[in-house]
Design a protein around this ligand. Structure first.
Ligand code: ADP
Length: 486
């Protein structure tokens, strides 16, 4: 183990298989860097297909006994893990900021949010219910029970290193499923810290197996084709989601997919402008814009467009950009050079097609993948930025005249995760909620994520829901038993 920063000094950076920390079968390691300073944080064990095989076998072997544990046993482990995560919030936030870049205050927010899934699913574990009815001919009682779907493959992205893990792991634990888990290669450290916490909380060996790797497709395809896995739960790009859905089809695996978004953020003429500006800042800038729920296209009614744009641009311009570990930072770096290049290229393309830069449009001097918060106006519909998930601190504003026009523009995308609408008119809010082709709607709010809510999208934004009352169903199968009526 090579550790070069005291922050992660105590952290295990090996694979976690069958309850043990083990090196990769190749003995190779991959580098994890701090995107603000470009320093090396750790060299993490680089999982191979052989390691993947060991992990899925461990999950397969543990399933029968784990699936028979009592709901209260599983709930208590989740509750304990929740308490440990909160007690180490400072430490975990420091690890998260160092590997992902988000400001410490946001990292702490994510620790609280991510921990909440452990608490929520500790409560859900004890509430798995069933159903009973009578066959239509009256001959049989129909008893419907729910069982764990079985060994599950979990694959997560780098943007919410804790919450994307707990949202899947918490659910699978509550449902009684064992797991193989591949965190994103850019941010494996928070996930490894979470695995250590779950072990400390009493999770039996083999229930959770974590295989970080620099070769995602080779590890995950071993799992998909293993014949042991019964389910895949993925959060990431639509492109990779489609690859996994093809593999899931080959193996008939249950699939939950949280994929990309292209969220419209709509400000109607009667909106409270203060709330709309603040909502736009939150919806755009949470996580430096690196969120699938980020406001991707801002539509403002013509009569208020100049005023909204001016005030929003002033707020964007005043945001403090810097190393997330430094107090007072509001905007950290992007995750890597590719993320930075993509954002700059989208801005250049929009400007070349006639968009105007109100603020930003460049990267600051110095190391780190920083980009200045940017507001673009007069963005033409054919600009690439209108059709792409930006994943960065750039806000394109488009003016609209009628409600029908903005609904048509908002729905003119293959994605459908979330939409935001700002209005003081309840009827209009209801009309937009009904008309937007999305899985989630924020009315006068820029944040929709919550453990109690069913998170997920329609169209190419995904399949299934995470969290809420329905989240646990993604990891459960129905079984029906017919019993003759005496
Ligand atoms: P993002 O754009 O957010 O990085 P990705 O879809 O590329 O989204 O990555 C999300 C997760 O999917 C990461 O853990 C990544 O390693 C993993 N991944 C990427 N390519 C594949 C693949 N071909 N098969 C399985 N997992 C993959």
């Amino acid at each position: 183990m090579t550790i070069t920063t005291p922050l992660v000094d105590q952290l295990q950076v090996d694979l976690f298989i069958d309850g043990q920390w083990t090196a990769s079968s190749s003995e190779k390691r991959f580098r994890v860097e701090n995107p603000a300073t470009l320093e090396t944080l750790a060299y993490v064990a680089d999982g191979t297909p052989d390691d993947a095989q060991r992990a899925i076998e461990a999950a397969g072997a543990a399933q029968a006994s784990w699936g028979r544990t009592s709901p209260r046993f599983r709930a208590d482990i989740l509750r304990k893990a929740y308490e440990i995560v909160l007690s180490r919030a400072e430490e975990l936030a420091a690890i998260m900021t160092s590997e992902m870049g988000k400001p410490l205050a946001e990292a702490k927010g994510e620790i609280a949010y991510g921990a909440e899934f452990l608490r929520w699913f500790s409560e859900e574990a004890a509430r798995i219910d069933g159903d009973t009815t009578t066959s239509v001919d009256g001959a049989n009682r129909i008893l419907v029970t729910k069982e764990p779907v079985g060994p599950s493959i979990l694959v997560t992205p780098w943007n919410f290193p804790l919450a994307m893990g707990t949202r899947k792991i918490g659910t699978a634990i509550a449902a009684g499923c064992t797991m193989v888990f591949k965190p994103a290669e850019l941010t494996p450290l928070t996930s490894l810290a979470l695995a250590a916490i779950l072990k400390e909380a009493g999770l039996p060996d083999g229930v959770l197996n974590v295989v970080p790797t620099s070769s995602a497709s080779s590890v995950v395809s071993v799992w998909m084709n293993s014949g042991i896995a019964r389910k895949v739960s993925f959060t990431g790009s639509t492109e990779v989601g489609k690859i996994l859905l093809r593999q899931a089809a080959e193996n008939v695996l249950r699939s939950s997919m949280e994929l990309g978004g292209n969220a419209p953020f709509i400000v109607l003429r009667d909106a409270d402008l203060d709330r709309a500006v603040e909502g736009a800042i939150v919806a755009k800038m949470r996580n430096m814009g690196e969120a699938c729920t980020a406001a991707n296209r801002i539509y403002v009614h013509r009569e208020i467009a100049d005023e909204f744009s001016r005030r929003f641009a002033e707020r964007m311009d005043a945001l403090v950009v810097g190393d997330g570990a430094r107090p007072g930072t509001q905007v950290g770096p992007l995750i890597d050079q590719d993320g930075l290049d993509k954002v700059q290229q989208l801005v250049n393309d929009a400007v070349s097609r006639g968009a105007k830069v109100l603020t930003g449009g460049f990267r600051p001097e110095g190391p780190g993948y920083f980009y200045k918060p940017t507001v673009l106006v007069d963005v033409p519909a054919d600009a690439e930025i209108s059709r792409t998930e930006i994943f960065g601190p750039v806000a394109p504003i488009t003016v609209f005249d009628t409600e029908d026009e903005v609904i048509r523009m908002a729905n003119d995308t293959e994605w459908g995760l979330v939409g935001y609408v700002f209005t003081q008119d309840l009827d209009k809010a209801a009309r937009f909620s009904a008309s937007l082709e999305v899985g989630m709607v924020g009315v006068n709010t820029g944040i929709v994520s919550n453990p109690a809510a069913p998170f997920g999208g329609v169209k190419q934004s995904g399949l299934g829901r995470e969290g809420g009352r329905v989240g646990i169903d993604e990891f459960l199968e129905y079984k029906y038993t017919a019993i003759p009526v005496p």
